[in-house]
Design a binder for this molecule. Structure first.
Ligand code: BES
Ligand code: ZN
Ligand code: ZN
Length: 498
């Protein structure tokens, strides 16, 4: 789909459908909806009166213009109560509208800027949300389906009508980069594990580097041994697929300093290892590299947006499988920073590979670290699928991450990091063990990671409950969600020194 900017009168546009909006509780149409109502001889007013149009969030009403307007259809999209409008609601409404129109076989659509000026929402913010909503909401993952579906249309053009074409184009461009980055991460996460192996992940990184001009380095087993990456090597030793350690670099200012280091868990399939998982739902563990995908996609977006800041992404990538060579419960391994770990559960593998990646980040001079990982089922239990868990040793950095999340609609909730939780990780035979007791599992996972960042400002995002969904809603489509790609991009943009 191409999203275009235009100025002028929405009602004069000849296309398959124009989109106008209505707020819940309003008795009469306003703005573009009022103009359309007039052209339609009061049809919208009538439908409001009858109660067909209520303006509820994500409500969609289709009216055929039957020659009264150049556009064949008018869609009235509900935006909910005016005083509750947010950019996230705009994002969702546009996504639902676009999906609806695609289902109707609509090939071209146009809309004014939805919601600008309401509740201090700036025009640029509204346009960005609309662009993201359209591209995120229309996302599909169909590359393994050989049959062409007849009733699966494509909206080829979506025109946003505003006042200044130049500004509009710029904002659409930014929204496009953010949404495409999230969709790129979705593609990687949706890809099954027989296609997305550590090797293909590394190839994807090389491809991104070549396309967008990023620095790339991929470490293989020999180098991992040299560096003492016992966590990554340990987890990978049960698998036929060799591990990879992916390093992507974006340089936006002339310095060797790395301002932000992003670390993403890259388990391309988590069977649990010898502590094998139950079979039900195990297929979702193809997405246990969602953290890795999200940091890779973030770097691709940064290379296009070009902020003046230096960012590195690190992705330890491996499968976690049981076999005769697999790590066994009770094994002791040693991470890159020299700390020894008693592996009491081979399914708590994410923290083992992250131990090495965080050590590597520190060794290469990280000033601030954000790690993203589908780390614990416990985080999903604690927070549901509504928000990701945030953990930190630096409140100021966490505040920035959570604020960026609010901006993008990717919600986060901070969980405590009290010293007392660390006691659960005491081992009798090594420096630390990789699991705690039954309680507070998301926090003990984070406390484990903290051992490998020491005092470097750090935020850990546990996306176990948010990386994947079986329900389509607003701009979130079934399967991978692309969380928290847009948050990471906005965070980095906000961290650029003015
Ligand atoms: N990848 C899983 C966590 C996960 C579970 C992510 C469900 C997404 C959805 C992780 O490697 C894992 O298995 N964690 C264990 C830790 C436990 C053994 C301490 C878990 O959560 O059960
Ligand atoms: Zn696991
Ligand atoms: Zn895992």
């Amino acid at each position: 789909m191409e999203i275009k900017a235009a100025t002028g009168d929405l009602l004069k546009i000849k296309c398959d459908a124009i989109v106008v909006n209505h707020y819940e509780g309003m008795k009469r149409p306003e703005g573009d909806a009022a103009a359309a109502d007039k052209a339609l001889g009061g049809a919208i007013t009538q439908l409001i009166k009858q109660g067909d149009i209520k303006g509820k969030p994500n409500e969609i009403t289709l009216i055929h213009s039957l020659g009264k307007l150049p556009a064949a259809r008018i869609v009235v999209a509900g935006l909910g109560k005016k005083k509750e409008l947010s950019t996230n609601k705009i994002r969702s409404a546009v996504a639902e509208t676009c999906r609806y129109l695609r289902g109707k076989g609509v090939g071209s659509a146009a809309s004014g800027v939805q919601g600008a000026g309401v509740n201090d929402i700036k025009t640029g913010e509204a346009v960005e949300a609309m662009t993201e909503g359209a591209l995120l909401g229309l996302y599909t993952f169909r590359r393994h389906i050989t049959q062409k579906e007849n009733n699966f249309g494509e909206i080829k053009n979506f025109i946003i009508i505003g006042k200044e074409k130049g500004a509009l184009e710029k904002t659409i461009g930014k929204g496009q980069i953010l949404a495409e980055a999230a969709n790129r991460a979705r593609d990687m996460v949706n890809e099954p594990a027989n296609f997305m192996t550590p090797k293909t992940m590394a190839e994807a990184a090389r491809q991104l580097a070549a396309t967008y001009g990023l620095k790339v380095e991929v470490l293989e087993r020999e180098k991992m041994k040299e560096l003492g990456m016992g966590g990554l090597l340990g987890v990978s030793q049960g698998s036929q697929q060799p591990p990879r350690f992916i390093i992507l670099g974006y340089r936006g200012r002339p310095s060797d300093e790395i301002d932000v280091t992003l670390v993403g868990k890259g388990i391309t399939f988590d069977s649990g290892g010898i502590d094998i998982k139950p079979s039900e739902g195990m297929e979702e563990m193809k997405g246990d590299m969602a953290g890795g995908a999200s940091v890779m996609a973030t770097l691709a977006a940064l290379a296009q947006l070009k902020p003046k800041i230096n960012v590195t992404a690190l992705v330890p990538a491996t499968e976690n499988l049981p076999s005769g060579t697999a790590m066994k419960p009770g094994d002791i391994i040693s991470a890159m920073n020299g700390k020894t770990i008693e592996v009491l559960n081979t399914d708590a593998e994410g923290r083992l590979i992250l131990a090495d990646a965080l050590s590597y980040a520190k060794k290469t001079g990280a000033k601030a670290i954000i790690d993203v990982a589908t780390l614990t089922g416990a985080c999903h239990v604690a927070l549901g699928s509504v928000c990701s868990g945030a953990f930190t040793n630096d409140q100021a950095l966490a505040d920035k991450v959570i604020a960026a999340g609010k901006e993008t609609g990717e919600l986060m909730w901070q969980l405590p990091m009290y010293e007392e939780y660390k006691e659960q990780l005491k081992s009798d035979v090594a420096d630390i063990k990789n699991i705690g007791n039954r309680w507070g599992g998301a926090i003990t996972g984070a406390k484990f990671l903290e051992e490998f960042v020491d005092k470097t400002p750090w935020v850990h995002l546990d996306i176990a409950g948010t990386y994947y969904t079986d329900k389509e809603k607003g701009y979130i489509t079934k399967g991978a969600t692309g969380i928290p790609v847009r948050t990471l991009i906005n965070l980095v943009l906000a961290m650029v020194k003015k």
